[in-house]
Design a protein around this ligand. Structure first.
Ligand code: ATP
Ligand code: MG
Length: 304
């Protein structure tokens, strides 16, 4: 069989798996360390708490952090048939795949070229038993390279991208490239999140603009892309992630937790119901009547 035939067979398998998944969302940023994995993990926790079936795919092959932030470090890849893999369950609504599950030594570097990364990501999409999901959230490393390109090309019906940036000019400069990457790939931009938008002092609760404020929002206005919200920096969020506990349910009220919950809500209900912009790319809305009491949108949930 030629390489081309094999490539097409994998494409077919990916198509069959992706057909069972509602929304496939890639989380990306131009700059590293701005909070992509934080956003992915917290949105996944919140969406699963809302009752959605969520899968998380970690495509950051060189620095996989997803398992640690979910508190499932040390889990191993399992298989029922020796051919396909089972994702690791965080709870009954949430499953995860990461290369870290296949590494015996967590300190060992993954030294791979583009073609190997492409093969691994395609295998995660084709050979993992994702089952029926409402969401597949795909965490990526920084940039617009092999991993992002592979995801966009392997999943032609990708719902959209969420772009994460901090407010500072250097991060925004790189985030603009993520916006243009999405446009070039013909992928919808669900919205931009401004993370680390001010540091809330744990003592006096005043906000210190460590990376500035508003840079992400200004970029959205300038580039005409939706703004999903700002998430402040908080020490308790960082501690929860290092411990692998669910920040949004394990803690009391925090500005960053409130912001992340609001964004999850916006993605699950608000965007689907929004009449202020074209959200048709999101496909069938996941509106629940209880969340739609004040909404006048003509969506399937309201018709029920
Ligand atoms: N709002 C926040 N408040 C406090 N700490 C945060 C916040 N957002 C992210 N962090 C912390 O900042 C660090 C970087 O975040 P994260 O790993 O999510 O970024 P990333 O964009 O995924 O990085 P990479 O480019 O390496 O994949 C982590 O230690 C995380 O816990
Ligand atoms: Mg990351």
């Amino acid at each position: 069989m030629s390489d081309k035939d094999e490539f097409e067979i994998v494409n077919e398998k990916i198509r069959a798996r992706m057909d069972k998944i509602g929304r496939k969302i890639m989380i990306m940023s131009g700059k590293g360390g701005v909070g992509k994995t934080t956003v992915t993990v917290n949105l996944a926790n919140e969406l699963s708490a809302m009752g959605c079936k969520v899968g998380v795919l970690d495509t950051d092959l060189h620095g996989p952090n997803v398992a640690k932030m979910f508190g499932i470090e040390g889990a191993s890849l399992m298989s029922n048939d020796g051919v396909t893999f089972l994702p690791v369950e965080v709870n009954e609504n949430l499953k995860v795949i990461s290369l870290s599950f296949a590494l015996e030594d967590q300190d060992a570097p993954v030294i791979w070229r583009g073609s190997m990364k492409m093969g691994a990501i395609r295998q995660f999409l084709s050979d993992v038993e994702w089952g029926d999901l409402d969401y597949l959230l795909i965490d990526t490393p920084p940039g617009t390279g092999d991993e992002q390109l592979t995801v966009c090309q392997a999943i032609p019906e990708l719902t959209g991208t969420i772009i994460v940036t901090t407010p500072q000019d250097v991060a925004v400069l790189d985030a603009r490239k993520s916006v243009n990457f999405s446009r070039r790939m013909g992928v919808a931009i669900i919205g931009v999140i401004e993370n680390m938008s001010g540091l809330v002092c744990p003592e006096c609760k005043t906000e210190i603009p460590v990376f500035g404020k508003g840079g992400g929002k200004r970029m959205c206005e300038d580039m005409h892309v939706p703004f999903l919200g700002s998430v402040p920096m908080e020490i308790d969020l960082r501690i929860a992630e290092d411990k692998g506990v669910d920040f949004l349910t394990s803690q009391g009220s925090h500005p960053s937790a409130e912001a992340l919950k609001k964004i999850a809500n916006e993605i699950n209900y608000g965007t689907a119901c929004s009449t202020s912009r074209d959200t048709s790319f999101l496909g069938t809305p996941f509106c629940k009547p209880s969340a739609c009491s004040s909404c006048t949108a003509d969506c399937p949930s309201r018709k029920k």
